[in-house]
Write a protein that binds this ligand. Structure first.
Ligand code: HEM
Length: 210
């Protein structure tokens, strides 16, 4: 299938969680605590999409499917979209857009502060995700900014962990997945650093042509 079609299909698939929430909202299916349901669902989807974004490079290297890189930006933008929606639902239905109250909440509840910083880190990445910004900033600076996805994902998992009071099973699963992705990156950087002189200049660490 043509890459454009795959991108379009992925674009539609990523909209499904939102469509599901809209339909549940319209047909009274959000349960006894609709706001909590909306916050939960958007928060989890944002986290899942962050992890998917982080998995793209390892998957490309492991399976040598370079086309998959063309989906990374979309997954990242959707992670930000669901994170922003999560925040807006909280600000609207939980705080009635009372900004002083929101600020007090951020400053007094550590899990809200951690979520806020996680979302804050996603903003520059989302803004600079276009090719125009890569040209404007130069690849080096662009990469530095996009490295923020690591602390952002870590803080998102911590936010989840701090939010659940007793049953930590769900955030633990995300923490393990994130840990695997971090370890892969560290391991790759370590091996790559060692084998770099052996590589042809237009190959990456796995020997894949750039
Ligand atoms: C300003 C930023 C944020 C605020 C104010 C915020 C607020 C909240 C609140 C109030 C809850 C509790 C929901 C409930 O139980 O009713 C929550 C849960 C959660 N948030 Fe956030 N959040 C923020 C950022 C983020 C980000 C960036 C992510 C992911 C990337 C995220 C992921 C989650 C997850 C996974 C949960 C747990 C869902 C659950 O089990 O209920 N949050 N957040």
């Amino acid at each position: 299938m043509n890459v454009k079609w795959i991108k379009f299909l992925v674009f539609l698939i990523c909209l499904l969680p939102l469509l599901r929430l809209v339909l549940l909202g319209l047909f009274d299916g959000l349960g006894p605590n609709p706001v909590s349901h909306l916050i939960h669902s958007t928060g989890v989807w944002s986290l899942v999409l962050l992890l998917v974004t982080l998995s793209i490079t390892p998957l490309r290297r492991l399976f040598e499917v370079s086309q998959i890189l063309r989906l990374r930006r979309m997954f990242g933008q959707y992670a930000f979209f669901y994170g922003l929606l999560h925040f807006l639902i909280y600000a609207w239905f939980d705080q009635y857009f009372e900004w002083q109250g929101i600020w007090r909440d951020i400053m007094s509840r550590p899990f809200i502060l951690v979520g806020f910083i996680s979302l804050f880190f996603l903003v520059p990445m989302s803004v600079t995700s276009t090719n125009r910004w890569v040209r404007r900033l130069g690849v080096r600076w662009w990469r530095r900014i996009h490295w923020l996805i690591y602390p952002s994902a870590f803080l998102a998992v911590l936010h989840f962990w701090l939010e659940v009071k007793r049953d930590i099973r769900e955030p633990l699963i995300y923490a393990i997945l994130l840990g695997i992705l971090f370890l892969y990156r560290i391991g790759y950087a370590f091996l790559c650093g060692r084998t770099k002189p052996l590589l042809n200049s237009n190959q990456d660490c796995a020997g894949v042509q750039r």
